[in-house]
Design a protein around this ligand. Structure first.
Ligand code: HEC
Length: 386
């Protein structure tokens, strides 16, 4: 499933690499050109409060951090962290309020964590992360901000991971909890930690076989296991009001869980009746309040990225799709399709009815027809005549 587009910035290469370097890049905000620049290459990029921070190589310097401030016509070098033609190896840039946090090597201190507000003077090294860390940098997709504190995971040797936090100062950059190396670390260990409205951060920890849901309040003592989900939590965590929804399971058996960030408030939501009901019968089980709740969670977790919250086919990932998902508020379309056909597309995918393969099948709904039916009902409710 494509990830929602988190930055409005785009970079396009305008010249071909077989010609001599440097290459010309266009820096765009949304789809309008803001600036153009000549670089040997451009790498990682992140939108930090409306400014584009990116890694680029521009001769005679090495690979360093650059920034394009909102409304400016050209980008500028933030700081020549590893002076001269050397590269500072800037990596894992994440936005932290109006600043960027990233790993870099100034050639004297090894790979360390840095912070920058986009100015040379405002670019400094934070505390040294750890000598035995495999990377001093922030593991990809492992950072989240909660209550003005940035939480992130650092990869250690042999699958060990460590949870760190920073408030943007050296003194406030601390190890929260190290997690020991395991034989087969879960590739999603600490991936996409999520901040609850209470400020508690929920994340997963485990091996490729079994994952557990953990939470932290930023203290070592307050970093605890919420539940043993047994099977790996799959899919993204989705905030539904004050609670976090996620699915856990593998193959044909999976369940929906909800947590409020406390042990007592972490519960499986599976409706037994729904699971045992006849497979795929639209006129089968009646939808209950529970099914409709699950359908809503599913919709927010799996469908809005493309179909959009309003059902108009304007989700963040839809921009890149061809064809784009249709507008479900269109009453003419609503009148032209049967429930059965909508059900079939959702369960069996676009190709089953001659639509785009970008609409992937969801075979698991075969096990949960009441939820499938509730999803069809939800799609019907987008009809603007209703
Ligand atoms: C990766 C993007 C993506 C995701 C995620 C996605 N869809 Fe779709 N969906 C599409 C596209 C694209 C089409 C249009 C296919 C076409 O017109 O050829 C489509 C078509 C549909 C249709 C058929 C509409 C028609 O024109 O007949 C239904 C119903 C539907 N999706 C429901 C869902 C539901 C429910 C979910 C979540 C379980 C979902 N989709 C998730 C991309 C997506």
């Amino acid at each position: 499933m494509p990830q929602p587009e988190t930055d409005r910035f785009h970079i396009q290469r305008l010249s071909m690499p077989r010609h001599s370097l440097p290459l010309t890049f266009a820096l765009l905000v949304s789809s309008s050109l803001t600036a153009q620049g000549d670089f040997e290459s451009i790498g990682d990029r992140v939108n930090v409060a409306g400014s584009l921070f990116f890694v680029a190589v521009k001769a005679p310097g090495g690979q360093e951090l650059w920034v394009l401030d909102a409304g400016k016509k050209s980008a500028h070098l933030v700081k020549d962290i590893h002076a001269g033609p050397n590269s500072s190896g800037v990596a894992g840039i994440v936005a932290f309020g109006k600043r960027a946090v990233f790993a870099a090597n100034d050639g004297k201190s090894g790979e360390q964590l840095w912070i920058s507000n986009g100015t040379t003077g405002g670019t400094t090294m934070l505390t040294s992360i750890k000598a035995d860390a495999a990377d001093a940098g922030i593991a990809h997709g492992s950072a989240v901000v909660a209550d003005s504190v940035l939480y992130f995971f650092v990869k250690g040797a042999k699958g060990a991971r460590a949870l760190w936090k920073t408030d943007g100062t050296s003194d406030g950059t601390k190890l929260v909890k190290p997690f020991e190396a395991v034989a087969n670390p879960d590739p999603n260990f600490g991936h996409r930690p999520t901040a609850m409205p209470t400020g508690v951060v929920v994340f997963r920890v485990g091996t490729s076989k079994s994952s557990r849901l953990w939470c932290t309040d930023g203290t070592t003592a307050g970093t605890r296991c919420l539940c043993d989900v047994g099977l790996a939590p799959t899919g993204p965590f989705t905030l539904v009001g004050p609670k976090l929804a996620f699915t856990a399971g593998s193959g044909a058996t999976w369940d929906i869980w909800l947590t409020d960030g406390t042990k007592a408030g972490t519960k499986k939501l599976h409706g037994k009746a729904a699971a045992e009901a006849d497979v795929g019968k639209i006129d089968g089980p009646r939808t209950t309040k529970g099914n409709r709740k699950l359908a809503k969670i599913h919709f927010l977790t799996y469908c809005v990225t493309c179909h959009g919250k309003s059902g108009k086919g304007d989700g963040p990932a839809a921009i890149a799709l061809k064809p784009r998902p249709r507008d479900w508020t269109d009453s003419k379309w609503q009148a032209s399709v049967t429930d059965k056909r909508i059900l079939q597309v959702v369960r069996d995918g676009g190709t089953a009815v001659g639509l785009s393969p970008l609409m992937a099948p969801n075979p698991l709904y075969g096990k949960n027809p009441a939820v499938l039916k509730a999803l069809v009902e939800m799609i019907r409710k987008f009809d603007r005549k209703k």
